[in-house]
Design a protein around this ligand. Sequence first.
Ligand code: CP3
Length: 345
Amino acid sequence: MTHFLQDSRFLRACRREKADCTPVWLMRQAGRYMPEYRALRQKYSLLTLCKTPELAAEVTLQPIRRFGFDAAIVFADILLPIEAMGLQLEFAKGEGPVIANPISSEKEVDAITTFDVEQRLGFVSETVRIVIKELQRIPLIGFAGAPFTLASYMIEGGHSRHFLKTKQLMYQSPRAWQKLMEKISQITVAYLQMQIQAGASAVQLFDSWAGVLSPDDYKNFVIPYSRHVLKSLSVPTIHFSTGTSSYLKLICAAGGDVISIDWKIPLNEARKKIGTRAIQGNLDPASLLKKEKDLITDIRTILDLAAGAPGHIFNLGHGVFPETPVENVELLVEEVHQYSKQWNQ
Ligand code: CP3
């Protein structure tokens, strides 16, 4: 079974080997744009779905059954480890995540203790085990939030426009910042290793908000911690961020076998900056709201820029919007596979 997995389009692309066509999966491929997901969400909260392995496994598999993606991603959320660190997490309707007791001082950072990940987050490894039994030939991606993005939620208490509380702590209390980032990194390594141990074939580190930083701040306050996480893992790693196309070289310096790019930079330009790594992306998620022929044009533009060079994983530049028509996702998977066959025989 492992042999089939290692030979899959997705893992071949992670290693920059040729495949019969370009592999495709989508960030947030399990979610509200799917009627079968919405049906389950009528009965259960997001946190209940994540914490009930049978349900989380079912949600992970829904998009695989329907669309024929080349990889699955375990159904969980990047904020689950924050709860395990002692913060009170809730997903408020229409507001996104809300943390009732955010961090604002070094004392509060000191109060965070490390813990046994299997004990507090074991439901995620159980989900992984259930899913890989069902999947057989399709690799499963595990994931975690990157230290910066997690720290920003822990400090802001939710999403933020300018991330000023985060930057204030970073600039005014560098020692507290360092301790916080070290703790998050340590927990994240253990959490990802737990998912790998359970059977994840690759892992993605989500640094969703890294792009709010200047290149120098990214270098000084983020790279050491993301690098520590990315170099501690034994399977291919995907390093995801948005808004960072002007400093992709720094993203590479932090690590990752695959660099995931957003839609603000043409794929061939990104490839020049990335050099010898695999690349993931980079359709604008809003393209999936276009008319069929315009969506096809956008997909082909990206594939033409990738030009069949080994090491491209087709994806969006960020997660699927709930407003996305299911038919357009079907069309996307079909089009990526068909159109890319011309290069990868
Ligand atoms: O299919 C998959 O990709 C796996 C599941 C997954 C979820 N969250 C489930 C989820 C993944 C990979 C994530 C990652 C995640 N979570 C990120 C990084 C990716 C990104 O989008 O930048 C971030 C920043 C979060 C935090 C988070 N979770 C936010 C900001 C929100 C609210 C916004 C929203 O989309 O509703 C969530 C909720 C969430 N996590 C949903 C899902 C399917 C939607 C919630 C619902 O069903 O009500």
